[in-house]
Design a protein around this ligand. Structure first.
Ligand code: PA5
Ligand code: NI
Length: 188
C-alpha cells in the first residue's frame, strides 16, 4: 500500500449555465483601481473609478489546494463587461512563475478572447465563448478580454505549484490590445 496523500477528496458545485461556483473557499476581487497602468487610456480608467465607485472588474472563485506538485488548482474566473475608453475590460494577465506549466480554460459564459504571448514576442488570440476550451501552453503569458455584454466566465485548471508572475506583464504589457473599432472588437 502506498502512502496516503494528506489532501482529502472533495467536491464543489458549479452551475454550468451561469458559471457560478457555489460556496467557494476563497474569492479574489480585482476592482477598476487595481487595473491602473494596464489600459492605454489612464484618464478613462480614472473617470470610470470616479463615476462608478470603483466597480469590480473581475473575480476569481477558488477551492484552493496545496500549491505542491501533483495537485491541480482550479477556479472560476469571472470578468465583467465594459470599456475603458475604447479598450475592452481585461484581466491583468500573467506568466506562471514556474514557466513549464500549462493551463486549461473552459469558457462557460460570455464572449471574448484569450490573449497569449511569449517572451520572444509571439502573440496569439483564441476566441472564448460558451463551450470553447482554450489551451495555454507552458511559457505563454495569458490574459482574458471580455468583448461581450455579459460576464465572461471560465473554468480554469492548472498545476497547483505554477504560481503567478504579474510583474513582467505589468512592465511590458502585451504586443496587442483589444479595442472597439466601429462597434466591433479589433486586435490592434
Ligand atoms: O490562473 C489563471 O490564469 C486564472 O485563474 C486567472 O488568475 C484569472 O483569470 C485572473 O487573471 P489574473 O490572474 O491575470 O489577474
Ligand atoms: Ni494562469
Amino acid at each position: 500500500m502506498g502512502e496516503c496523500s494528506p489532501v482529502q477528496p472533495s467536491g464543489v458545485e458549479i452551475n454550468l449555465q451561469t458559471g457560478e461556483m457555489l460556496e467557494p473557499d476563497r474569492i479574489v476581487v480585482r476592482r477598476a483601481s487595481d487595473m491602473r497602468g494596464y489600459y492605454a487610456d489612464a484618464d478613462a480608467l480614472d473617470q470610470l473609478i470616479r463615476e462608478r465607485g470603483d466597480p469590480i472588474h473581475y473575480e476569481v472563485f477558488e477551492k484552493p489546494v496545496p500549491e505542491t506538485p501533483g495537485n491541480l488548482m482550479y477556479c472560476i474566473s469571472k470578468l465583467h463587461p465594459g470599456l475603458v475608453g475604447d479598450e475592452f475590460f481585461m484581466t491583468k494577465g500573467h506568466y506562471h512563475q514556474i514557466r513549464e506549466t500549462a493551463e486549461l480554460y473552459l469558457c462557460l459564459r460570455g464572449q471574448g478572447l484569450m490573449l497569449m504571448k511569449t517572451e520572444k514576442g509571439e502573440c496569439v488570440a483564441e476566441a472564448m465563448a460558451r463551450g470553447r476550451l482554450v489551451y495555454v501552453p507552458p511559457s505563454w503569458a495569458h490574459r482574458s478580454v471580455n468583448t461581450g455584454a455579459e460576464p465572461l466566465v471560465s473554468f480554469c485548471v492548472y498545476p497547483a505549484e505554477a504560481g503567478h508572475n504579474y510583474g513582467d506583464i505589468e512592465d511590458q504589457g502585451f504586443p496587442k490590445r483589444v479595442l472597439r473599432v466601429k462597434g466591433e472588437p479589433q486586435l490592434v
